[in-house]
Design a binder for this molecule. Sequence first.
Ligand SMILES: [Zn+2]
Length: 190
Amino acid sequence: MAEKKKKTPRVNSKKKMINKIVRKESSPKKTVTNRKAITKKVIKSKYQGEEAFLASIKPYKLSKKEKYMSAKQKRHFSKILETWKQMLQLEQDRTADNIQNNGNHFADEADRATHEEGFTLEIRTRERERRLLSKIDQSVEDLDSGDYGFCLNPHCGVEIGIRRLEARPTASLCIDCKTLEEITERQQYG
Ligand SMILES: [Zn+2]
């Protein structure tokens, strides 16, 4: 009978005491984020007037079989309208300041005349911008209700078209109805 050798476990002379050092994550990674800085979108470019703004609109890239006034298209126009609105509002604030700062401290009569001319112009510009702002608000409402991009004429209702809307984001009539309206107005008012 073979002697059953008892397996003696080899004892490592250099018995390592495993000392688990639990490293505490002590990295002070607390980054202070300034939330205030990201709340308001800063518009960098100054408003250079309606024409310049409209020229700055990047044409929407239509993908194949994309439905008219898809969610993506709506976002495209929503962005245009919102940017335009914010720019106009900033411009209105600036004009308001200008008007307020206009004192009647012009000794020279000619100076005063020039000044008043500029003043009148400023008020007219402001009035035009105010009307434009209400048109923009109407368009934003139309976007929400799903009416945006379709001719407002109840007898028509066709698609106004992306390119026409990019050229005139507040358009509520198709080109045919708009042309007809203009002809009628001309006949009425000479
Ligand atoms: Zn129409």
